[in-house]
Design a protein around this ligand. Structure first.
Ligand code: UT7
Length: 331
């Protein structure tokens, strides 16, 4: 049975940078509040004309280059996003087309902030089963266009952002490398704690001016409730994975937690008893790009030479659903 290894990584964010002060000029907030409550200094938002698939394409090309592979060598695409460019079809087929690929399968998955972790687990399973040998995993979001950029929406608008991360996962016969284990969960009992209620297929018309005016098309979040569950579930899931391979938190060379809020990451770190150098955060510069936070951070770490062969690396995420999970791999 082959192991699934990460052969290449890439990332892309829109050119436009949005500072905290920019929000302070249009709503009742401040750079100080945003930095102390979330850790965010700036984030990237798209400009008119930019698409999510464009971001995914840039990240993919970088990942393929690092892997020394041509796009035509891919056997499948797994594309995680909750913010597709169109209601349907999903972004996966657009990426397949723009890459000029043959009719390979393109899976679209929507697992919110845990999208990348779920996608990686799927890629691992496909590779191990022998179904596909090289899989492109992409996580990409455009959150900016669904934010209420007024004081009413200030607890979400300042947090969420746009970006894409990609990894190429490939089969390897080296038993010392690759994805070791994963742990995935969901609990829909909390669905309305972080959701976009509309548009929905059960509505007729799907979009109405009246309901738009009520703000139902904006992301709505019970921040405190999400926070409370996130700081419990992520460490719990990391421990589950570590337990399965008979390892301890101290064995982790690097943990990349989903970048939801710097305070959440710090609490996850504390709960696991990790040192600063074992945890990577970049929310300060990117905000919360939902499914894309982990692959963007991973690409930064890889390109900065932060990972060495044999390092034990962990990813953990929690988000709307609730959904959560972790992946452990040997770099
Ligand atoms: O990606 C996974 C999903 N998302 C998350 O994991 C996010 C989890 N939650 C959070 O990160 C935090 O709950 C927030 C950052 C969203 C909010 O921080 P908080 O410390 O929980 O603040 P809060 O919601 O209790 O609000 C405290 C005060 C409130 O004012 P009052 O009611 O005390 O007068 C808010 O209205 O802060 C106010 N507030 C703001 N003030 C200035 C909320 N957003 C802002 C803002 N600027 N942007």
């Amino acid at each position: 049975m082959p192991n699934a290894v990460i052969l290449g990584t890439g990332r892309a964010v829109p050119a436009r940078t949005v500072s905290n002060d920019e929000f302070a000029s249009v709503m009742d907030t401040s750079d100080d509040w945003i930095r102390t409550r979330t850790g965010i200094r700036e984030r990237h938002w798209i400009s008119p004309g930019e698409t999510g698939v464009d971001l995914a394409l840039t990240a993919t090309r970088q990942a393929l280059e690092m892997a020394s592979l041509g796009a035509e060598q891919l056997d499948a695409i797994i594309y995680a996003t909750i913010t597709p460019d169109h209601f349907l079809p999903g972004n996966g087929v657009y990426l397949q087309h723009h890459l000029g690929l043959g009719p390979i399968p393109a899976f679209d998955i929507r697992l919110q902030c845990a999208g990348f972790v779920y996608a990686l687990a799927m890629a691992d399973t496909f590779v191990r089963s022998g179904a596909y040998r090289r899989i492109l995993v992409v996580a990409q979001e455009i959150q900016s266009t669904r934010m209420d950029v007024s004081t009413k929406g200030r607890h979400t608008a300042v947090i969420f952002a746009d970006g894409a991360g990609a990894v190429v996962v490939g089969a390897s016969d080296d038993p010392g490398r690759g994805i070791l284990t994963f742990d995935l969960h969901s609990d829909g009992g909390y669905a309305d704690k972080l959701w976009v209620e509309e548009p929905g297929a059960i509505l007729n018309p799907t979009i109405s001016a009246e309901r738009y005016a009520e703000g139902r098309y904006f992301l709505q979040m019970d921040g405190k409730e999400v926070f409370r569950h996130a700081v419990q579930r992520m460490p719990e899931s990391v421990r589950t994975c570590l337990g399965r391979i008979d390892a301890k938190p101290a064995d982790l060379a690097l943990l990349i937690p989903h970048q939801a809020n710097l305070r959440i990451s710090e609490m996850v770190q504390k709960e696991l008893g990790l040192r600063d150098e074992q945890v990577y955060n970049n929310i300060e510069r990117f905000g919360n790009t939902t499914s894309a936070t982990i692959p963007i951070a991973l690409d930064e770490c890889v390109r900065a030479g932060r990972l060495a062969a044999g390092d034990l690396v962990g990813f953990t995420a929690f988000g709307s659903g609730f959904v959560w999970g972790s992946v452990l791999l040997r770099w």
